[in-house]
Ligand binder design. Sequence first.
Ligand code: PEP
Ligand code: CO
Length: 448
Amino acid sequence: MSWKAKPALQQPNYPDPARLKSALEALSLLPPLVTWWEAETLKSQLAEAAQGKRFLLQGGDCAERFSDCDATRIANKLKILLQMSLVLTQGLNKPVTRMGRIAGQYAKPRTDDLETRNGVTLPAYRGDLVNRPEFTAADRTPDPSLLLRAYERAALTLNHIRALAQGGFADLHHPEYWDLDFVHHSPWKDDYQQLVHAIGEALRFMENILGVNPAALRTVEFFTCHEGLHLSYEAAQTRQVENGRWYNLSTHFPWIGVRTSDPEGAHTEYFRGIANPIGVKIGPSTTPETLARLLDTLHPDNEPGRLTLIHRCGAARIAGVLPPLIETVRASGKTVAWVADPMHGNTLTSTQGVKTRRFSDILSELEQAMDLHASLGSVLAGVHFELTGDNVTECTGGARGLSDEDLGIAYQSEVDPRLNYEQALEMSLRIARRITRRRYTEAHGEAK
Ligand code: PEP
Ligand code: CO
């Protein structure tokens, strides 16, 4: 509770503190959503990723909506992450850890506390955890009962994910179950289907020739993450466990957003006290001095897998911003898992005034991230995307060449624009292809 003595940014102002207190008390009595040993498994996988022995695929909505707690949407998100991980596993030739921005990604930081429309000023929408997007005083007033609704939605979502991940849905023998309807229309359909075929052949080889037990290939591991923004909500689900340490058991991996990453702030103080594997978003506003203090506070013992740094610099700035940050970590002697978020530094406004991102900027930042880490002797341990398994039109570009004019067709996000299914799959194919090519060149010299 030491975080309460520090300045906490981005917290809602609840008009009725007594109702808030009773919602938080109720929350603190409910069972945890995840277990601490799952969080520890993830930590050990992130330790491997930090050493280049594994890769992290982290992705999902910018903000989940309560209405996203729907069987089809959940299955579609799981499918796109499974498909991308399959592509990456094959291309990178290493195991991939999947982590969804799901089952709890309900709170959003906002630049302004208030929003004015036609002379009326109301609190900004801060995510379904806090209030509702409709522009009325009743909808925008922070409502403590939503904290309990969020916990319940997260539990329902996670329950469905666990059922799907453990059943035949994720069975590698049947990757055809993972197809989304519109994979058939994708310009990348053939690449994907060839890959699925190659995996089928490899499985048959393992089982029939090598005699490997296939049971382990019928289930997949899947972890959850969300921004740990609303501190009293996160704290109400933080428990001391058998090993004597405290864990946030609402998710496997909470992260600190860039706006709340002040080393002296309440978020850093709260995260200091939990033993989960954690992330910190860093970017152009993060100085090497700030990063050094964050490393001292959040990663004092250099525990393997504890700290993931998620850099989100923007395609135009990464070449200047990232190298000094990599150097700061190197100078500290500590190991972190470096993850590239090519989304949040590349947000722009379309010609029609809509928030969007260009596929080419996202890909460019990723490619630069891969090259910068490689040239500085560092390891890119993973990637972080805002994506959805649905056929939205929020980012432009990709193989279908979505334009600014197309954004109106199916723009659903209340906050940041996400890659749609095809764009997300294409992104993973492009990364995999680049890495395969680099591996080939390193082994055999330039391809003819
Ligand atoms: C986010 O991940 O949705 C987000 C708000 O990111 P950042 O803190 O990097 O701006
Ligand atoms: Co976002």
